[in-house]
Design a protein. Sequence first.
Length: 132
Amino acid sequence: MKQLLLQLFTWWNGQTMGTRFFTWRNGKRVGEDEFGNVYYEGGMTSFGLPRRWVIYNGYAEASKISADWHGWMHHRTDVPPTKEDYKAREWQKPHRPNYTGSSLAYRPQGSIAVPGERPRVTGDYDAWTPGN
């Protein structure tokens, strides 16, 4: 019941009822990533490209899409990662979503959320002062 109410009244939590209906009518499931996001394809865009979309596992946050699926979603490649042997290079780090606004966000020394004093500015930077 809770999931039904969330789909009726929120757009940021999973999928809306309109998206569910559109996916049921037009969508062909292409694959799923390691975060549980499900990718679909079906129909055509106004540019003549196949329409592609994702149903997020949880909150709709675009940074949850990993690099391999991002290329497919934005028509950089026609082959989804499920149909090719995609292997990350040794220099690639594992995907992490955007942590802005969460407790895991980066907070530099001297910010409001981190106690301590902000480091002094060094180098050729001169702070602006009124009247100069």
